[in-house]
Design a protein around this ligand. Structure first.
Ligand code: PGA
Length: 261
């Protein structure tokens, strides 16, 4: 276990990706809302765009916040198919995921556009959940930390302390996403500590308050070992967030592990 106590309020965010009709999304959101009590952690869900406003209305006043899965960097204009960060804030979102590896792999997101999306999110009053993570070949070549460092620097270089404190970083090794092969707590801690070091170089001791989530095959039965590491401030969860039972169990197990650590 790491030495310094966790100073960031943990966050568990379910990323629903391209799953769920409107009625399925509302049912899942309702189940999560009813299953998690307000407590020492934050909980959020990220439905698809079409369900966002309805899920926001359903979760209003409860312990579960709403995240979007992506945003565009411009506030308005002729950008067919895009959704502006300000529109997401207007719809009631609190967070927006930017730079998810699926966006980087399949939809052309780059370090430069992720930085622009992050700036747009902050300008709109949203908390960006900024995803970074190496591919398997990069890890095997001993390049995990340099790769994560490059992705991170592209985004944080122009951010001040307030921007960073409003942001969430998610370390998601690409080889662990949807594969059932999660990083070991030790592997995650190594990268989280590296990210924390980069943040500390920019904003000093306040870096301990920036939430650094782990993502990649997080399940109810591995969340406790991850959350017993004080460098890990929560999780970005894909597959295990798609049923009420597994996501609520994951949040409960994760919260209990935080309270023990
Ligand atoms: P997974 O996805 O939990 O299904 O591995 C995580 C993510 O892509 O955020």
């Amino acid at each position: 276990m790491s030495q310094s106590p966790r100073q960031a309020r943990p966050l568990f965010c379910g990323n629903w990706k391209l799953f769920g009709s409107l009625s399925e999304s509302l049912a899942l959101a309702t189940g999560v809302r009813d299953g998690v009590a307000p407590g020492p952690v934050d909980v959020a869900v990220a439905p698809g765009f079409v369900a966002l406003a309805s899920v926001v209305a359903q979760l209003k006043g409860g312990p579960v916040a709403v995240a979007a899965q992506d945003c565009h960097w411009e506030t308005k204009g002729a950008f067919t198919g895009e959704v502006a960060a300000a529109q997401l804030a207007d719809a009631g979102c609190r967070y927006v995921i930017v730079g998810h590896s699926e966006r980087r792999q399949f939809f052309g997101d780059t370090d430069t556009t992720v930085a622009k999306k992050t700036r747009a999110a902050l300008a709109a009053g949203l908390s960006p959940i900024i995803c970074v993570g190496e591919m398997l070949a990069e890890r095997d070549a001993g390049q995990a930390l340099p790769r994560v460092g490059t992705q991170l620097d592209a985004v944080i270089n122009e951010m001040n302390e307030a921007d960073l404190l409003a942001s969430v970083i998610a370390y998601e090794p690409v080889w662990a996403i949807g594969t059932g092969r999660n990083a070991t707590p030790a592997q995650a801690v190594e990268v989280h500590a590296f990210i924390r070091g980069r943040l500390t170089a920019r904003i000093g001791a306040a870096a301990r308050k920036v939430r650094i989530l782990y993502g990649g095959s997080v399940k109810p039965d591995n969340i406790a070992s991850l959350m017993s590491e004080e460098e890990i401030d929560g999780a970005l969860v894909g597959g295990a967030s798609l049923t009420v039972e597994s996501f609520v169990k994951l949040v409960k197990e994760g919260t209990a592990a935080c309270l023990r650590s």
